[in-house]
Each structure stands twice: as C-alpha cells, then as structure tokens.
Design a protein around this ligand. Structure first.
Ligand code: HAM
Length: 413
C-alpha cells in the first residue's frame, strides 16, 4: 500500500529536536516573566479578514502565502501566518484595556505561510512572540529589544546582529513616501520587477524591501526614511538608541529595513545571524500603534516582536557542535581536588571543557577526552600535583604533549 505522504513544508519534531523547542520555551517563559509578561494562547485559525486588515493586502504574506479555505458554511478562514494579529484580536475581545493601562503578553506556537520551503523556511514554523499594549513610549520598544537579547544571550546565542530603523509615523511618512515616489519616477519604470511597478503605486516603501537584484540596485540611492522623520519620531528613535547604547546592546542602523508587514510605525528591528544560510532573520518586530484601533479596538499603542524557533534551533545545533577547549584528565585520585580547582580557573578564563572528577587509567581518560572532541587534553597525575605542573596534549594537530608550569600555562591563555 502506498504510504501517506506528509505535507510539503511541514515537519515532524522528534525528541532530540523537540527538546530544543522545550528548552527555548522554558528559557523564554523565565526571561519574559521577569519583564512582567503573561502567557496568552490564541487559536491557530482566524477569520481571513483579520490578516487582510492587519498585515496588509499588498504584502507577500497576505497576497501569496496564506493557507486560506472556506469552512463548511463557506466562511473564509486562515491558518495564522503570524501571532500578532490574533493577539490583538484577543486583546480587543478581552475588553480589558483602560487608558494608561499597560498589558504585556507572550505566546508560542505554530504559524503557517505558503512559502517555498528551504533551509530555515517552512510552511509550518514556530514563533515565540511578545507584545506590549498601552505603552507609546520609546522605552517600551527598548525594553522589548533588551528582553529579546537577554533571552537570546541566555540560551547561548551571542553572535547576532541587531538591525534598527524608524519607519516614521502617520504625520511624517506621507512626505517620505512622496520623496520615494519622486525618486522612482526619475527612473525607468520598466526596469523594476512587475511586483515593484505595482508597489510603487500601492505601497512605495515595499519596493525598498524587494529581493530582486535589479530592484535592489535601483533603490540603492533612494532617500532614507530617517532623514524625513518628524521631531517626535526623531526623539522617539533617539531614546530607543540611547537606552540600547546604555545597556551595551550593539546595533546597526539600517534605513532600508521596512519589514514585510504593513502595520509598523516608528521603531522596527530585526535580529540576524549569518551562520544559518540565506534565511538570516531569527527575530523581527516593531511598533504598530494604529492597529488596535484599525481592528475595532480602543486607541491603544502597541509594540512587539517574534522569533523564529526553527532558525534559533539551527543556531543551537552549531553551539552544541562547538569544540570544547579542554578535557582535564585526572590520572591519580590524589590530584582530583587540585584538578577541579584548576578547571575552575580555566572556566573563569572563558574556556569551555570538562574534568574527570576522579583518577583513572591513562587509556580510559584519553578515550573520554577523544569522545568530547576537546582541542587539548590536560593531564594531571601525581607528578603534576607535586610539581605544580600540567601536561598538555594536543588533540587536533601533531598530538605532541609537554609538561608546563601550571601558573605559567594559565597566564599564557
Ligand atoms: P516576521 O518577521 O514576519 O514578523 O516573523 C518573525 C520571525 O519568524 C522571522 O524573523 C523568522 O525567524 C520567523 N519566520 C518567518 N517566516 C518563517 C518561515 N516560513 N519559516 C521559518 N521561520 C519563519 C512577524 O511575524 C511579526 N508578527 C513580529 C511582530 C510581533 N511584530 C510586532 N509584534
């Protein structure tokens, strides 16, 4: 009998992979609750109009990527392509908002986008999402970025780049849009891709985001939004940057960052990794002040972000594959305590490695060292204990070994 195939772009998560997701969720829960966020779970299925009204008709997500179908009564439903719209709908439904009240939610779960599957891009993928309602202040945007980076650093991911931009507001963006349209008009319209020729009319900012190389080239000298911000947006953006600077969060200003969803105003950001192939964005977010009202709710500001968990899981894989710096092999039980303290000094220096807690035969210890894949095996026996030395055996190159003064070796690291 022919077996039933699974759906393209949908994946199974077996224990090894699923445990990474549990790990990320547990860490996120712990970090996000420290910032006052509470968990919200919303349905995976929503009315299609929710996404059309929020994400925007002219985005790739709504225009090309939604899993949409009629139910048995012919009502159009959509598998959520992201969490924000559903969280906003739930927040409005809860009728809990009062002027001046700040509400903070996080949610985890599967999202669905009909994209071309490739490494780091699936049709069902998981997001970790956080949203703040009722805080128009730049401080709320900065808090989200701080919380996101605290979470990412906490799970061991440090080699990430934060890209930051301000998209202006309903006051200053029209002037910028006009400047963009004037810029496009001065070019040959036909040299833009078909999508961009349409976008120029419907959503000129979206052209900046186009991945087609010719379009990329054509917009290289386009005006920057950050040169067109009104005074309030300028101050707002400055405050976000000042807080990030104060907290030591490194970021790159990217005036071309417009994000793929239409609801953003002012702050927007992405966190990228260059270690997972072409799909570099591991998280993205920003402010979307008008959306709650546009979806029939109160006039309430909002800001948030979402991380792609599959992409984070790929980075975690690389972490696990990272070679330990040392394996400290104790070959005489008398040296076990001193070895433990020496290992601690190595770790204080930032080195990564394990120590065999007790003495054992050289053969078994070397086998253990090989298994960990450590760059060097440090051997501590009776002689080393007595002479305050350490034997260092190279495990990746010539496999030579030498015995060195322990303090000098430490100082040389
Ligand atoms: P987004 O940038 O569309 O933003 O998605 C956030 C993250 O989800 C991306 O950075 C990426 O890591 C991951 N992601 C997106 N599509 C896929 C896919 N097909 N396969 C695997 N991972 C994917 C949003 O969704 C906004 N709702 C974020 C937000 C929250 N803005 C304000 N609040």
């Amino acid at each position: 009998m022919a077996k039933v195939q699974k759906i393209k772009g949908f994946v199974d998560l077996f224990p090894e992979e699923a445990s990474k997701f549990t790990f990320m969720e547990t860490s996120a829960r712990e970090v996000f609750s420290r910032y006052g966020f509470g968990e919200l779970r919303t349905p995976v299925l929503e009315k299609t109009e929710l996404f059309q009204k929020s994400i925007g008709e002219d985005t790739d997500v709504v225009g090309k990527e939604m899993f949409t179908f009629p139910d048995r009564k012919n009502r159009l439903l959509t598998m959520r392509p992201e969490a924000t719209a559903g969280v906003v709908r739930a927040f409005i439904d809860s009728k809990t908002h009062q002027p001046g009240k700040i509400s903070k939610f996080f949610t985890f779960g599967p999202m669905f986008r009909y994209e071309r599957p490739q490494k780091g891009r699936q049709r069902q993928f998981y997001q970790l999402d956080a949203e703040i309602f009722g805080a128009p202040e730049a401080q709320a945007d900065a808090e989200l970025i701080l919380m996101l980076m605290t979470f990412l650093n906490g799970i061991g991911l440090n080699k990430l780049t934060v890209e930051l931009n301000s998209l202006g507001c309903h006051e200053c963006r029209p002037t910028y849009k006009q400047a963009l349209v004037d810029y496009y008009k001065a070019k040959d319209k036909d040299s833009f891709c078909e999508d961009c020729q349409r976008r120029m009319e419907t959503n000129p900012l979206r052209v900046l985001d186009c991945k087609v190389p010719t379009c990329k080239e054509l917009v290289a000298d386009a005006p920057n939004i950050t040169d067109h911000l009104c005074e309030e947006c300028e101050t707002h953006f400055m405050d976000v940057k000042t807080i990030l600077d104060g907290a030591g969060i490194e970021y790159v200003l990217n005036p071309r960052l417009v994000r793929g969803l239409d609801y953003y105003v002012r702050t927007c950001f992405e966190v990228a990794s260059f270690d997972i192939g072409s799909q570099t964005a591991v998280a993205g977010g920003g402010r979307y002040d008008g959306l709650v009202k546009n979806l029939g709710g109160p006039d309430c500001s909002a800001t948030g972000f979402a991380c792609g968990m599959e992409r984070l899981a790929m980075l975690l894989d690389q972490l696990e594959a990272e070679q330990p710096d040392f394996y400290l092999a104790v070959v005489d039980n008398d040296a076990a305590n001193a070895a433990m303290l020496f290992a601690q000094e190595l770790r204080d220096k930032g080195l990564k490695g394990e120590v065999s807690f007790s003495g054992g035969s050289m053969k078994s210890r070397m086998r253990a060292a090989n298994k960990t894949g450590a760059k060097v095996c440090l051997i501590m026996g009776g002689d080393e204990l007595a002479n305050k030395t350490i034997t260092v055996k190279d495990m990746v190159g010539d496999r030579e070994q030498e015995t060195l003064d322990r303090a000098l070796y430490l100082a040389s690291l």
